[in-house]
Design a protein around this ligand. Structure first.
Ligand SMILES: [Zn+2]
Length: 625
């Protein structure tokens, strides 16, 4: 049995973190004040279904203990082994029709057979058809006293407001590094898995808030390293390079030791490292160095800030601070920019090794005496000669914007995002036809970070932001619309994209089995079908995840997973937007109403075969493949 199934919490008290949910639910069980509809939202692997199952037992348990289910009484056991039919779990991904919901609404008029409540757990509830939602709404308006619905979703913005308003909503948070680490250590101890603290830390970092992924990685480590896993083992298992290797390289680079740099590249190849993945690791490492430098130079430096912003163990962190001390902030920014260029160039390269070596040597080239601005444009010009998509970096206004950002101690995720801002460009990996005309404007459309705009149309201030950041630059122009297809073709393409959206969990699962690297980043996206495109949205503060998909290393496994799951290729687009996750309550209703309206309008237009370009409504960087 998979480790994560075995270690699924059975009581509220066993749940890791999520205290803001556990507390109220236990209290509801104790007081008997149970709602008839709950909505559990949150990203994958944060425990929504687990919590729903605990609640289903707790409300029905014959001898609950301080709000927890006992898991030993007849009812609890019946629910646990699936023999008690009063509790049903429905996957809306495969049961999304009106008939599926009607079946439920017909049977809820009957009293439960043994339990106190009939509980319906509807997973991935956003997948229900609009007819099914309507049928569900009728039930939620006047629910029988003996029925509880627990709706779970990763995409609350796709749930109709009428349903939302009838549910008690709980937003699940990503689990903290500390929470993940403690749980992993506990499991390792009980299962006698040999693994050191460093390895636990690396797994917790990779899992990125999802307990299920953390435990799956632990499972994988157990099988791969029966003699015991170290941090380095975990890195090699998932194809990452160690921070000490990167720190060594960074030292050689800043001291201009070309031979040592080339030897390190040789070492990488000998280990069979993937060059793209390595370039990504190196860019991320320089992001961390930049954060070290920003914290160092800020007025109130504090250790807490640094450990919150750079996730590394204390030994690595100390080393990174030493290395960062050798660099000026503007040089670190130049490195990140050039590494982003390298990442985008690697896509086209048939000789990644040479390209990597050249780029690393080029990084060392400018002398420290030169003003940073000159270095930037010189580097951009040098890069332009050997590369197919350079308009972005050659843009002096974005370089200027970058400089401004660099001098202020800006939040680090924005600087992290540089890689994507620079690398954003259209890709041509999809076998389907991509009009050439579409390539250029979109590349020019990649924006510097100051121009990220909120997801709703708000004419006045937005235009101001864009033009203030880059006066007269091409980036203020709206993204070009795709070449119009014939109505029939457009409809078919839109259906295919919709299918891709509906079957996204399957695609993700296939990707998880085939390519852990691409999966770890893809799972952070919110997926929406838009005309013939399947768009992966990444939150602005998680731009590093988006950056992975500016490379073929990140894209190709995903394209393959899409193709193999659906049986045909699909056009994908990758975008960054203000916030992909649940919004604070105050903003939610208004934004959601606006988006719902926009979605209906888009759907109506698509049904009539009118090509829709929503790039102005949801401005963000985009790249297509
Ligand atoms: Zn019980």
């Amino acid at each position: 049995m998979a480790l994560y199934r075995e270690w699924r919490p059975l009581t509220f008290d066993q749940v890791v973190e999520q205290e803001h949910i556990v507390g109220p639910l236990k209290q509801a069980v104790i007081s008997g004040d149970i709602a008839h509809a709950y909505l559990f939202t949150g990203t994958r692997g944060t425990g929504k279904t687990t919590m729903a199952k605990i609640l289903a037992r707790a409300v029905n348990c014959l001898q609950p203990q301080a709000g927890n289910p006992c898991n030993t009484c007849e009812i609890c056991r019946g629910i646990l082994d699936g023999t008690l039919l009063d509790v049903a779990e429905i996957d809306a991904a495969s049961n999304n029709s009106v008939d599926n919901i009607r079946q439920i609404t017909e049977e809820i008029v009957f009293l439960p057979t043994k339990a106190k409540y009939k509980v319906y757990i509807i997973d991935e509830v956003h997948m229900l058809s609009s007819g099914a939602f309507n049928a569900l709404l009728k039930t939620l308006e006047e629910p029988p006293a003996h029925v509880i619905f627990i709706l779970a979703t990763t995409e609350p913005q796709r749930i109709p407001a009428t349903i939302l308003s009838r549910c008690q909503r709980f937003d699940f948070r990503r689990i903290t590094l500390g929470g993940l680490s403690r749980r992993l250590r506990q499991i390792a101890q009980q299962e006698q898995i040999k693994i050191d603290d460093d390895a636990v830390h690396e797994i917790a970092l990779l899992a990125d808030g999802a307990m299920r992924d953390a435990i799956s990685l632990l499972d994988q480590a157990k099988t791969s390293f029966p003699e015991g896993a170290t941090g380095a083992d975990i890195l090699s298992m998932t194809g990452q390079v160690s921070r000490s290797f990167l720190a060594e390289l960074a030292e050689h680079l800043c001291q201009g030791e070309a031979m040592a740099v080339l030897q390190q590249v040789d070492q990488l190849l000998a280990q069979g490292q993937d060059m793209v993945r390595f370039a990504h690791n190196l860019a991320a490492f320089y992001r961390d160095l930049l954060v070290c430098a920003v914290v160092r130079d800020s007025r109130k430096p504090s250790e807490t800030t640094l450990t919150e912003l750079v996730h590394a163990n204390s030994e690595d962190l100390a080393r990174m601070q030493t290395v960062a001390a050798r660099y000026r902030q503007e040089d670190l920014i130049r490195y990140i920019r050039q590494l982003a260029e390298l990442l985008s160039d690697l896509r086209w390269s048939t000789n990644p090794r040479t390209l990597l070596e050249l780029s690393l040597l080029k990084l060392m080239a400018p002398t420290a005496a030169e003003p940073a601005g000159v270095q930037l444009s010189a580097a951009a010009a040098a890069g332009a000669a050997g590369s197919r998509n350079q308009p972005v970096t050659a843009n002096p206004s974005s370089a200027a914007a970058l400089q401004r950002e660099a001098t202020a101690p800006a939040p680090p995720d924005r600087t992290d995002g540089l890689a994507g801002a620079v690398a954003a460009a259209v890709l041509e990996t999809d076998p389907g036809p991509v009009p050439i005309a579409e390539l250029k404007p979109a590349a020019a459309n990649a924006r510097p970070l100051t121009e990220h705009l909120p997801p709703l149309p708000q004419p006045g201030p937005q235009a101001g932001v864009a033009s203030a950041a880059a006066p007269g630059s091409a980036s203020a122009a709206p993204a070009p619309a795709a070449a119009p297809l014939s109505p029939d073709l457009a409809r078919e393409a839109a259906q295919r994209a919709k299918e891709g959206q509906d079957r996204w969990p399957e695609i993700l699962e296939r990707l998880r089995q085939q390519d852990m690297f691409s999966y770890l980043f893809a799972r952070r996206a919110q997926v929406e079908a838009e005309a013939d495109l399947l768009v992966l949205y990444f939150a602005k503060q998680e731009k590093a995840n988006y950056n992975v998909f500016t490379t073929s290393r990140g894209q190709e496994p995903l394209l393959r997973a899409v193709r193999e799951t659906l049986g045909h290729p699909l056009r994908l687009a990758f975008r960054v937007r203000e916030q992909a996750g649940p919004r604070p309550d105050s903003e939610r209703s208004e934004t959601e109403a606006g988006l719902a309206w926009l979605n209906r309008l888009t759907q109506a237009a698509q049904a009539l075969g009118i090509p829709v370009d929503r790039s102005e409504a949801e401005p963000e960087e985009e790249q297509k493949s």
